[in-house]
Design a protein. Structure first.
Length: 347
C-alpha cells in the first residue's frame, strides 16, 4: 500500500496511511505537500442540452427552453405564474465568509412592467444564487420583502426593474438567512432589447462586499454601487444553487404591488466557488498522524479513524473560528494500520 494516498469520498476525503514508522520513514519525518486546487465552479455555454448536464427546472417548465440553434437558454419571466427556477446545484454551501463570483450574458427580447393591471407597479426579473430549500417554500414570496415568515432568505441576486413611472433600475441585492437585506440601486438604467449585456457579480469575504459590473455589447455600462454587508455575525446566508428566477408576484402588500412579463436569452453562465477541501497528510515529530487543510468559517470538521474502512470513530471535533489553514491530529494513535477522513458539517 502507498503509505500516503488521497481518494475521494462522498462525505469528505480519506487519508490512508500504513504503519506509523513507515509513514515517518517515507517522508523522512516531514510532511507530504500535495498540490492545492484552485477555485472551483462551473461554466455553461448551452452548446448542448443543459438538462442533461446538471440543470433542472422547478415550477413552471414552460418558462424555460434550450435553444439549440442559438445555443442559449430561452427564458420567460412571468410573475403571474408560480415561483419557477432554472437552476444548477453548486455542490457546496456558500456563507458570507466565502469568496465567490457569478457572471452571465443576458439579451432581452421584450419586457413589460405592470403586466397585470391590478398590480401596476414594477416587479423584477432576477438571476443569482439562492438556497434551494428556502426558494421552494410554499410560503416564499419574493415580493414580500422584509417579512419574517414569507420573505426571502439566503439570496444573492441581480435584479432588473422595468419602468412603471419610477425609472428603470438595476438592483443587486443580498438577503440574509434571517430575512435581513442589503441592496444598491442604479437608475435610470435601461436594458435595450436585442442588446447583449454581460453581468458580473463578485463577492469578497474579507470586506463583505458584493461588486456588480455590467457590459453593454462589450462596453462598460453605468457604474453600480457596491453592496456592503453589515459586520455583525447575524447577517449571514446559506447559498447552494445558481438560478434564473421567475418569481411569482403573489404575497405583496401595500400600495405598490407590481408585476412583470419578459422574454429573453441567458448564455455563458460562469460560477466561481472556493477551492474544494484538499487534505495534506502530516506526521509530527512525536509520531502523531493528522491532516492539514484550509478550513472555512463557520464549518465544523470531524477527523475520523478506521482500521478497516468500514467502522469509523471520531478522533477530533472542531469548529472553525475563521477561514484559514488548520491542522487536526490524532493524539492517541493505536492501530498498526489506520485510515483517516475528515467529515464536514455546516451549522
Amino acid at each position: 500500500m502507498n503509505p500516503l494516498k488521497l481518494v475521494p469520498a462522498l462525505a469528505g476525503l480519506f487519508v490512508a496511511c500504513s504503519v506509523h514508522a513507515q509513514f515517518a520513514a517515507e517522508f523522512d519525518g516531514g510532511s507530504a505537500v500535495l498540490p492545492q486546487l484552485g477555485p472551483q465552479g462551473f461554466i455553461e455555454t448551452f452548446a448542448d442540452n443543459p438538462l442533461l448536464s446538471g440543470w433542472a427546472i422547478h415550477g413552471d417548465s414552460s418558462l424555460f427552453a434550450w435553444d439549440p440553434t442559438r445555443q442559449a437558454l430561452r427564458a420567460m419571466w412571468d410573475s403571474s405564474r408560480t415561483n419557477s427556477y432554472f437552476h444548477h446545484a453548486l455542490g457546496t454551501t456558500l456563507t458570507a465568509s466565502d469568496d465567490f463570483a457569478i457572471s452571465f450574458d443576458l439579451v432581452l427580447e421584450d419586457i413589460k412592467g405592470g403586466s397585470n393591471p391590478s398590480k401596476p407597479s414594477a416587479f423584477q426579473i432576477a438571476i443569482g444564487l439562492m438556497n434551494s430549500a428556502e426558494a421552494r417554500r410554499a410560503n416564499f414570496f419574493r415580493g414580500a420583502g422584509l417579512e419574517s415568515s414569507t420573505g426571502a432568505r439566503s439570496v444573492v441576486e441581480w435584479n432588473y426593474f422595468p419602468d412603471t413611472g419610477f425609472g428603470t433600475t438595476i438592483s443587486p441585492g443580498v438577503f440574509s438567512s434571517n430575512n435581513l437585506a442589503q441592496f444598491s440601486f442604479a437608475f435610470p438604467f435601461d436594458l435595450t432589447p436585442q442588446v447583449q449585456y454581460r453581468v458580473t457579480m463578485d463577492y469578497t469575504a474579507t470586506n463583505r462586499t458584493l461588486q456588480t459590473h455590467m457590459l453593454s455589447n462589450g462596453v462598460p455600462a453605468m457604474t453600480i454601487k457596491d453592496v456592503v454587508l453589515p459586520e455583525q455575525s447575524t447577517f449571514d446566508f446559506r447559498l447552494d444553487s445558481f438560478a434564473i428566477a421567475s418569481y411569482s408576484d403573489a404575497g405583496q402588500s401595500g400600495d405598490f404591488d407590481g408585476s412583470v412579463l419578459a422574454h429573453g436569452w441567458v448564455d455563458d453562465v460562469r460560477v466561481r466557488l472556493p477551492a474544494s477541501l484538499v487534505l495534506e497528510p502530516i506526521l509530527t515529530a512525536t509520531g502523531q498522524p493528522g491532516v492539514r487543510f484550509i478550513a472555512r468559517f463557520p464549518w465544523r470538521y470531524v477527523l475520523e479513524r478506521s482500521e478497516d474502512l468500514k467502522r469509523w470513530s471520531p478522533v477530533v471535533e472542531w469548529a472553525a473560528e475563521r477561514t484559514g489553514k488548520t491542522t487536526l491530529l490524532d493524539a492517541t494513535p493505536h492501530a498498526v494500520k489506520a485510515f483517516y477522513r475528515v467529515l464536514t458539517n455546516l451549522p
